[in-house]
Design a protein around this ligand. Structure first.
Ligand SMILES: Nc1ncnc2c1ncn2[C@@H]1O[C@H](COP(=O)(O)OP(=O)(O)OP(=O)(O)O)[C@@H](O)[C@H]1O
Ligand SMILES: Cc1ncc(CO)c(N)n1
Length: 275
């Protein structure tokens, strides 16, 4: 009888046919970080480095069937969510997560693709706040997503720090507000942990258009490290080191906002700045 001792992780998200974001980015990241990766497909997109040409939901009954298949066989040590499509799918994912033990949950509250295509109906946002975040261990909004979650603009550090606290008060234990959208010479992510510890993770901002799927790759790496039993602070640092390595060692595919390099190594030049 198997004791399922190899670290296992699942991504509950949408497929990116272009391979740089969504489930494909997650699986590539899991492979790099040497955890066994699985998927629960919530939606499909026709997508490339130029944008999202179309999207299509998987029937919720079939999303549920995938949950049941995995729960019946594997010992999943961590999970992440990405593109959840609409309210009905958020509810399905929440109900199913409550019925299984997939370990700590990383929620990447994916809303809009970098090219502007909607990946989550806006009327699903309330349910993310009231039902998904209370069962999440970590949430990783970018600045626009954090603004939607808190309902006010984030224009300076103080507002970002306040937003992290307001998001934590929705019930999620650890909050990371990603600074990839801040136009500064540094790329700074703000972290508020369950313990109350708060700090910025700072790296050199890389001048590139090849940032398709950065958020997915970052959160997938955190989920992979949690599945291996890493404490949250180490898992987040590894996520930042991995995304820095994946952006800086560029690959050349597609004609638009190219994907990151999922076979890159960790880039260790990250500073931790206590608040
Ligand atoms: N140009 C860059 N140089 C260095 N780090 C970056 C850059 N862009 C993003 N990052 C880092 O990548 C991670 C993801 O941040 P970002 O804000 O881009 O996520 P996102 O908008 O959710 O991405 P996506 O929607 O493409 O998945 C963060 O750790 C951020 O600091
Ligand atoms: C399927 C999918 N999930 C997430 C993102 C956000 O990067 C994307 N572009 N596509």
């Amino acid at each position: 009888m198997s004791i399922n001792s190899t670290p296992q992780v699942v991504s509950i998200a949408g497929s990116d046919s272009g391979g740089g974001a969504g489930l494909q980015a997650d699986l590539k990241t899991f492979q790099n970080r040497t955890v066994f990766g699985m998927t629960i497909v919530v939606a499909l997109t026709a997508q490339n480095t130029l944008g999202v040409q179309g999207s299509y939901p998987i029937p919720t009954a079939f999303v549920e069937e995938q949950f049941k298949s995995l729960a019946a066989d594997f010992k999943i040590g961590a999970a992440k969510t990405g593109m959840l499509f609409d309210k009905e799918h958020v509810k399905c994912v929440v109900d199913n997560l409550k019925a299984v033990d997939f370990g700590p949950l990383v929620v990447d509250p994916v809303m809009i693709a970098k090219g502007g295509h909607t990946l989550l109906d806006t009327d699903a946002i309330d349910l993310i706040k009231t039902d998904l975040l209370p069962i999440a261990y970590v949430v990783t909004p970018n600045i626009p997503e954090a603004e939607v979650l808190v309902g006010y603009p984030l224009t300076n550090d103080l507002e970002i720090m306040q937003a992290a606290q307001d998001i934590q008060s929705l019930g999620v234990k650890n909050v990371i507000i990603k600074g990839g959208h801040l136009l500064e010479s540094q790329s700074r992510d703000y972290i508020l942990l369950e313990s109350g510890e708060r700090y910025w993770l700072v790296s050199e901002r890389l001048e590139t258009v090849k940032t398709h799927g950065t958020g997915d790759t970052f959160s997938a790496c955190i989920a992979a490290e949690l599945a291996k039993g890493q404490p949250i602070k180490e898992a987040i640092l590894t996520g930042k080191q991995f995304i820095q390595g994946a952006i800086s060692n560029a690959i050349d595919v597609g004609h638009g906002h190219g994907p990151t390099n999922h076979w890159a190594q960790l880039e260790e030049t990250i500073s931790v700045i206590e608040e």
